[in-house]
Design a protein around this ligand. Structure first.
Ligand SMILES: [Zn+2]
Length: 134
């Protein structure tokens, strides 16, 4: 569901930025979304393709979607660690994807075992670049 809403706001943002850069047509845009963001990449790309035609400046734009891996940083010892490689059940992994705040219930720092950490990467959706013609 929210893949479509996100795709719409990504396209709108890309069109706005192309206006600021005085680009008439968008050719390519880089879209990054975090591993912890509960997005189905296939649906998201499908939604971008389906919606871009509604924006004249974006109708020929290719959206290159990449996933940013999640990174956590321990507040106790400053160790940074990824989501991958940590022991958790599939249910827990699903839970974390839907509610990143729940990571604190399941994850611990691999060095000092502290459950007190912050999420430094892997959340949110953004544009990394746009290319177009004037
Ligand atoms: Zn630590």
């Amino acid at each position: 569901m929210h893949e479509w809403a996100l795709a719409e706001s990504v396209i709108k943002t890309a069109v706005e930025h192309s206006g600021l850069k005085k680009l008439k047509k968008l050719k390519e845009a880089g879209v990054v979304f975090g591993e912890l963001q509960a997005i189905d990449k296939e649906i998201f790309i499908f939604a971008l393709d389906g919606l871009r035609g509604e924006h004249p400046a974006a109708k020929d734009c290719r959206f290159k979607v990449t996933v940013e891996p999640a990174v956590f940083r321990c507040k106790a010892c400053a160790k940074e660690f990824p989501l991958k490689g940590l022991k958790k059940t599939k249910d827990e992994a699903e839970f974390i994807h839907f509610v990143p705040e729940m990571a604190h219930t399941f994850l611990k720092c691999p060095r000092c075992k502290s459950p007190d950490f912050e999420i430094t990467a892997g959340r949110g959706v953004g544009l990394s670049y746009i290319k177009g013609s004037k």
